[in-house]
Ligand binder design. Structure first.
Ligand code: PMP
Length: 420
């Protein structure tokens, strides 16, 4: 019987482990917005697996479908064979998500993670254009494989791999230029005036809200300008919706309010429904150009994730999640504004949109200290941004009023204790 201490992790996990999250307890069970550790202590989850648990933990319907599938000896691993579970997922995704939005895309299963989806889109964009350069944006994050990392703005992560950044350029994200309101002119100049010495790019890769990069939200207008820049120059637009997608900002795709039409869309995290690894890349039909075997992999179709992912799509048959996010994100925004007003010493600025909001503070370690204090009081929250200068509220999008208010009151207590 395992005890609630971290000795087994400390003793056997390598010194060079690359990922340490500072929650000093062993988690055991989870349901909805709640998590419990081995001592039975309850936590409110405002982290949601960094967006992999938008529907909360162990949703009853998904659990029931998964148990039934295991009970009937449903195929578990199938590589890229056709399975019933996969067919049902494709059918549901077309009929519940794509068709009602008048979106015409082929669905590709690029591998189990968000980075796999990004890699497949980068490869396809390069293949269909015959060009190699890719433009990405300040503070963007696209994954830890070398291709995805080379278009990631975060220098700490990029330098960790000693990346020679050939064939990529990081340009200013919306409002990242001090002297102007947006970066559109800068980008146009960069592309057109030859000063960059860069060959014409194959693609732009962009997030609508930078999840890891500090909850920077691009305006719809800026996104439309980026789309226009791409269209006018025959550059492909890759929309990385791995973190902001699947309802996190209120609509299924985060770019819906902007009304843009990317050439490639990357989805992962919550697309498997209950946290099981699954990724998809939506490919505009004319760019469905991989020859068989040109992009393959052992785990390109996780049947358990297809089963739970299909069930999850039922949430999108009506507008209950859209409404929940819309209504509660207003509550989150007004709570954060109140905190900023009440505690000017935080020098806080509210960031993000939908269920991707938080406060940025320039005060060193403030956000980390607040997240640490939240943990002590039973709220799981994380920080974001190049210097962890943003604390990030990421509740499941299914959360009810009681869960949200519980989390917010712990956060308020933590802020007041840290500021005092
Ligand atoms: N793109 C974005 C926008 C992400 O936030 C992430 C993960 N945080 C990734 C890609 C990479 O996904 P994964 O960790 O599953 O490879």
């Amino acid at each position: 019987m395992m005890k609630n201490d971290l000795s087994v992790f400390n003793e056997y996990e390598s010194e060079v482990r690359s990922y340490v999250r500072g929650f000093p307890t062993v988690f055991h069970q989870a349901k909805g917005y709640k998590l419990w550790d081995l001592d039975g202590k309850e936590y409110v989850d405002f982290f949601s697996g960094a967006g992999a648990l938008n529907y909360g933990h162990n949703d009853d319907n998904m659990k029931e479908k998964l148990l039934a599938y295991i009970q009937e000896d449903g195929v578990t691993h199938s590589l890229d064979m056709a399975t019933k579970a996969k067919g049902e997922f494709i059918d549901a995704f077309q009929n519940i998500i794509l068709k009602p939005r008048d979106m015409d895309y082929k669905i590709m299963f690029p591998g189990p993670t968000g980075a796999n989806s990004v890699e497949s889109a980068l490869k396809l964009a390069r293949k269909v254009t015959g060009r190699t350069n890719v433009v990405s944006f300040t503070n963007g994050f696209h994954g830890m494989t070398i291709g995805a990392l080379s278009v990631t703005g975060n220098k700490f992560k990029r330098n960790g791999a000693g990346m020679p950044l050939s064939n990529t350029s990081v340009l200013p994200y919306d409002k990242f230029l001090k002297e102007s309101d947006n970066s559109v002119e800068y980008i146009e100049n960069f592309l057109d005036n030859g000063g960059s010495g860069l060959d014409k790019p194959a693609a732009f890769i962009v997030e609508t809200v930078q999840g890891e990069g500090g909850l920077n939200a691009a305006s719809s207008e800026w996104l439309r300008s980026i789309e226009k820049i791409c269209r006018e120059r025959d550059i492909k637009l890759i929309l990385d919706d791995v973190q902001a997608g699947v309802g996190r900002t209120g609509t299924f795709f985060s770019f819906e309010p902007a009304g843009i039409k990317p050439d490639f869309i990357c989805l992962s995290k919550s697309i498997g429904g209950n946290g099981s690894p699954l990724a998809i890349t939506l490919v505009a039909p004319e760019y469905d150009k991989f020859a068989p075997g040109e992009h393959n992999g052992t785990f390109r179709g996780n049947n358990f994730a297809f089963v739970t992912g299909t069930e999850a799509l039922n949430y999108w048959k009506d507008d209950r999640l859209e409404k929940n996010v819309q209504q509660k994100s207003e509550r989150i925004a007004s709570f954060l504004d109140d905190m900023i007003k009440k505690h000017p010493e935080m020098k806080g600025v509210r960031k993000g949109r939908g269920f991707m909001q938080g406060i940025m503070s320039p005060i060193e370690d403030l956000c980390d200290n607040i997240a640490g204090r939240c943990f002590e009081h039973g709220l799981i929250m994380e920080t974001a941004g190049a210097d962890d200068e943003v604390f990030k509220l990421f509740p499941p999008i299914t959360i009810d009023d009681e869960g949200l208010e519980r989390g917010l009151s712990i956060l308020q207590q933590a802020i007041e204790e840290v500021i005092a």
